[in-house]
Design a protein around this ligand. Structure first.
Ligand code: FES
Length: 571
């Protein structure tokens, strides 16, 4: 057996190794320290992350696989983020979770790690950590929940909350019915079943090569999840034996595959900041423009909410990610490896589409060109993004008068005011929602439409914001505007009544105000009025060091990998 990293802790007969071994001898036999691989199971299970609350059972299946393959499995609870629970936004702590997991993987006597995630930020933070430490690592995604129904109609969690709440505001659904749908929304264990961020990041992580091919998208209650968790435990031991590390798998080619997958599945815009951040941990030169260049010509093949009709268990039934990727095989990097040691494309041969309504064939896509469009202009010098698949086609080229909201609270206070000076051609502008400004870049960009316009039947408007948007949301929303208003971006200079010009085909987002006039304007302090800069703790560190959305909103001192080495002993 090759020398293990954990042997640096355990292999000696001196006092230090005695201490490391003795305190672990609570059920572990002496031969646990004979050089066999120690595999951490980095587990984001938490009762306050309800989408991940079943991961303890998944961890047990992983453990069995590790033991069976001759390794020692070790449960390692790590920071967990419940997207629906934490305030002001889970994104504020993605980097904290990644940093804490990174440090614990490095500090402990382990040789490899199985990463258990699900809810939105958990897989990104685990992958950022694993990329930084560069120990052999493999992901088990917790899987989506089963589809719930209300009054005979399938509910997509997230997407249908937005739809139903807008129906209440429009007066077409009464509040009692709305509340009654609550118990139908979440049918089982697992994460959101739309093509939201959790589903997207699981599928994208598989396209990156970090998951056993074919596993992502398996519903949480599906027996095959545990079967594959067991297989992943075995694989983790193999990864250590072969010293197959994240840096072997997360290459430029694998990010190309992830971007192709992101477009073909109609994935969440949040994947942009997460993939940029993961690449940044490895020093891979991935840019915002790569998403447009690689992804824009990719057809949208998956008919899932919010861009389409179906839900995640339908995708699994129809053939899953591998069936989707087989349709766009020519766009994938054939050399990009997976955790199996074989290229991703090698795993596509047996994939089939079983329902062409859910997964379209290449010749009959949902949209011929999907992906993420990256916009530049005097309103977004460092870029902004829009997901055309979720937008209203006629609004993709639009010129309208801005209605500016300085904060989310300002928007909520005025959006339903009958006197609000807006019509269906207005452009709603919301600022103060970037990484520094909120802080944490919340999912508020898909702001609700003014009630008086909803009552007139308006269902979409152009919206512009420096925040993010839930992957389960839809609409003509320009988001991730960089630099954000709070970082001195020109979004802070927009005034109500200015004309905003959006031209997605030309990739432009501009304010139709002469440069000379803009130069005389000063940022509106009201953008920061609701925000008192914290003096201590994580928020202080975050605000001082967070980068802008166009590079992934990581902390500046976390870029680049540090590797697994620890130079000094603890005693
Ligand atoms: Fe956890 Fe949607 S809230 S995945």
């Amino acid at each position: 057996m090759p020398e293990q990293r954990s042997s640096q802790w355990y292999a000696s007969d001196d006092k230090n190794s005695y201490i490391h071994r003795a305190w672990m001898r609570r059920g572990l036999p002496a031969h646990a320290f004979d050089g066999r691989p120690h595999i951490a199971i980095a587990n984001t299970a938490s009762d306050l992350t309800p989408c991940n609350s079943h991961l303890g059972e998944v961890a047990d299946a992983v453990k069995n696989g590790v033991y069976e393959a001759g390794g020692i499995p070790l449960n390692l609870p790590v920071v967990s983020l419940g997207e629906t629970q934490v305030r002001p936004t889970a994104m504020l702590w993605r980097n904290m979770a990644a940093m804490a997991t990174e440090e614990m993987l490095r500090a402990n006597p382990i040789d490899g790690v199985v990463l258990l995630g699900g809810c939105d930020k958990t897989i990104p933070s685990l992958l950022m950590a694993a990329a930084s430490v560069n120990l052999p690592a493999v992901v088990v995604p917790g899987g989506p929940m089963l589809t719930g129904t209300f009054q005979g109609v399938a509910l997509g969690c997230g997407t249908d909350v937005f739809r139903l709440s807008e129906e209440v505001r429009a007066g077409t659904l009464d509040r009692e019915q709305f509340i009654r749908s609550e118990s139908s929304m979440i049918r089982s264990r697992g994460h959101c079943n739309t093509m939201g961020t959790a589903s997207t990041m699981a599928l994208v992580a598989e396209a990156l090569g970090t998951i056993i091919p074919g596993l992502a998208g398996t519903p949480a209650p599906d027996a095959r999840l545990l079967e594959n968790a067991h297989a992943t435990g075995r694989l983790a031991v193999e990864l250590v034996a072969e010293q197959r590390r994240p840096s072997d798998i997360l290459t430029r080619g694998s990010f190309q595959n992830a971007i192709v997958a992101l477009a073909a599945i109609g994935g969440s815009t949040n994947a942009v900041v997460h993939l940029l951040a993961i690449a940044g941990r490895l020093g891979i030169d991935l840019t915002l423009d790569d998403f447009d260049r690689i992804g824009s010509n990719v057809p949208l093949l998956v008919n899932l909410q919010p861009a389409g009709r179906y839900l995640m268990d339908d995708l699994q039934r129809a053939g899953g990610l591998l069936a989707v990727l087989r349709e766009v095989r020519d766009l994938l990097d054939p050399t990009a490896l997976t955790v199996t040691g074989r290229p991703l494309v090698d795993h596509l041969d047996d994939a089939r589409i079983w329902d062409e309504e859910v997964i379209r064939v290449r010749e009959s896509p949902m949209q011929a060109e999907a992906g993420i469009a990256v916009l530049y202009g005097n309103l977004a010098p460092d870029g902004a993004i829009i997901k055309p698949a979720a937008a209203t086609p006629r609004l993709l080229k639009h010129r309208g008068r801005a209605m500016v909201f300085d904060t989310v609270e300002d928007m909520h206070a005025r959006i339903d005011d009958p006197a609000l000076d807006v019509d269906e051609n207005s452009v709603l502008v919301l600022r103060g929602c970037g990484p520094k400004g909120y802080p944490g870049m919340p999912e508020v960009s898909n702001m609700p439409l003014p009630k008086k316009l909803l009552e007139q039947g308006v269902r979409d408007m152009v919206r512009v914001c420096d925040g993010r948007m839930s992957g389960t949301a839809y609409g003509t929303v320009v988001l991730h505007v960089a630099p954000e208003a709070a970082a001195g971006g020109p979004l802070a200079l927009v005034q109500t009544g200015d004309y905003v010009v959006l031209d997605v085909e030309a990739r432009r987002l501009d304010l139709d105000v002469p440069a000379a006039e803009l130069a005389l304007r000063v940022p509106n302090d009201a953008t920061l009025a609701g925000f008192a800069a914290p003096q201590r703790g994580w928020e202080r560190l975050y605000i001082d060091h967070v980068l802008q959305a166009d590079t992934g909103a990581d902390l500046d001192f976390l870029l680049g990998a540090s590797g697994p080495d620890v130079s000094r002993e603890s005693h």
